[in-house]
Design a protein. Structure first.
Lengths: 114, 117
């Protein structure tokens, strides 16, 4: 079993739809929870990060963490064709040397069609 | 936001040659940088952690003699793929850790696509 599970999709939605992306994890030692967006042939771009359970909103994006269920979500409201990308969840753990390392989910490919 | 650059963005080389990839943090000092590899339609896999002024720490299964990492300054880390072979063809991405006041996040470069013929 992988430490971070994420449905790879692809997920196809019409423009304006609400998108829900999810990850589950097994390691309760994970500290920070992040969502990255990666366009084709580009490096990941940090969208949101959270630490505690609950919701965090930034524009059209809402990140949700439920530590008791080991479940995180990213919601995208009023989705746009420009949101079409791969969305990667990531979690930090303390590696050797005492600094945080990232472990990524497989990434969900999202396509928003006009 | 923090900006990380990589050079080159794309490289094609013959089997047996060595290739150097540079990773720079442009607007902050990064004592720690990370190197990842990403195969098509797969997620990022951490290869090694690069610390300024000390030896890199490699993840299990990554050959340190094949993937040489040098982090000589607070803004530059290099990854050299030595004696590259076709199976080394991949998308290599670096990130730089920005230990801000309340977060400990990584900012990623745009990636380098390596093709070994």
């Amino acid at each position: 079993q992988k430490e971070v599970e994420q449905d790879p999709g692809p997920l196809s939605v019409p423009e304006g739809a609400i998108v829900s992306l999810n990850c589950t994890y097994s390691n309760s030692a994970f500290q920070y929870f992040m969502w990255y967006r990666q366009y084709s042939r580009k490096g990941p771009e940090l969208l949101m990060y959270t630490y505690s359970s609950g919701n965090k909103e930034d524009g059209r994006f809402t990140a949700q963490v439920d530590k008791s269920s080991k479940y995180i979500s990213l919601f995208i409201r009023d989705s746009q064709p420009s949101d079409s990308a791969t969305y990667l969840c990531a979690m930090t753990y303390v590696g050797a040397g005492g600094y945080n390392k990232l472990i990524f989910g497989a990434g969900t490919r999202l396509a928003v069609h006009p | 936001g923090a900006v990380v650059s990589q050079h080159p963005s794309r490289v094609i080389c013959k089997s047996g040659t060595s290739v150097k990839i540079e990773c720079r943090s442009l607007d902050f000092q990064a004592t720690t940088m990370f190197w990842y590899r990403q195969f098509p339609k797969q997620s990022l896999m951490l290869m090694a952690t690069s610390n300024e002024g000390s030896k890199a720490t490699y993840e299990q299964g990554v050959e340190k003699d094949k993937f040489l990492i040098n982090h000589a300054s607070l803004t530059l880390s290099t990854l050299t793929v030595t004696s590259a072979h076709p199976e080394d063809s991949s998308f290599y991405i670096c990130s730089a850790r920005d230990p801000g006041p309340s977060t400990d996040t990584q900012y990623f470069g745009p990636g380098t696509r390596l093709t070994v013929l």
